[in-house]
Design a protein around this ligand. Sequence first.
Ligand code: SF4
Length: 347
Amino acid sequence: MRSTGRLHLGNYVGALKTWIELQEKYDCYFMLADWHALTSDYADPSNLKATIRGNLMDWLAAGIDPERSVVFLQSLIKEHAELALILGMFTPTPWCERNPSYKDQIVQLANKDLETYGFLGYPVLQAADILVYRAHVVPVGEDQLAHLEITREIARRVNFLHGGPIESGTNIPENPIFPEPEPFLSAIPKLPGFDGRKMSKSYDNAIYLTDTADQVWEKTRQMVTDPARVKRTDKGDPEKCSVYTYHKLFTPDRTEEIGSACRGATIGCIDCKKILAGSVNAILEPMRERRAALESRPGTATEILADGCDRARKEAEATMAVVRERLNLAGSVEDLAPEATNPENSH
Ligand code: SF4
């Protein structure tokens, strides 16, 4: 996850909720992606460390379990950078240029100069993030499938050239370096901001995971409802109301009941919003408790991150040892001894 700001309900339903479930089935690696944040925020990184710390606390509060999963900071595992540099040698530039989100983001973030080498190479760094752990599965939304496809193509290219002899009748090398990661597709619901506009940092219109119960109510109270319901007795259309969009995600057991009460004007918008605030707070309350417990033990989150970085680094180092060996790169000066540099001894 790019460390670009405070986490909100959209991040929870779009990513964190799935991650928490994935921990049940997989050995998971969760990365605070600070280098990726720099690809767009390089001009002003003044909030970066505070954002990372806040995101880490949010993850742990939401239920990411550091006993089961590896939680780490991208820039502290230098192997990501080394592998990205090497994968860049294998990546034709059109693969990056045709990436649909590249042009899209340049338009969306028009206030930033993103015509940079680093931003163009974003998918290569992302490939390194995935392949350095030889990941088999990556949780993505539909809109990120193209990114993962570039990772798969890069892995295939490296494997084809350096994965040993190709098995006869196939395209598959006998000894691939990287698995081709599969997508774990989950529907990413689109949550509007509480003012009805697109949820965005610049509009500051999100309910944050750190909001208090009062802040949740204050924001819920402001939510835009069906404009046809001027009076309490006016019948409404819940599909035209952002409160209802939130109910579908946060009050799933009562969605039908609320929808027909709105259509029949048997519920008022204030009561409907109170139910929603209650549902959101029911999700956030356990997070508040876990966050308070973490904050009462200063140093715990830092220790968790240090341990996660150690575990991640071991995996990344093991992968890079294989990569260096296959590419005939020296792992140390001893690798340049006369007997080691004889091409007869090389693969
Ligand atoms: Fe929206 Fe609820 Fe009011 Fe219907 S009753 S318009 S769903 S807030």
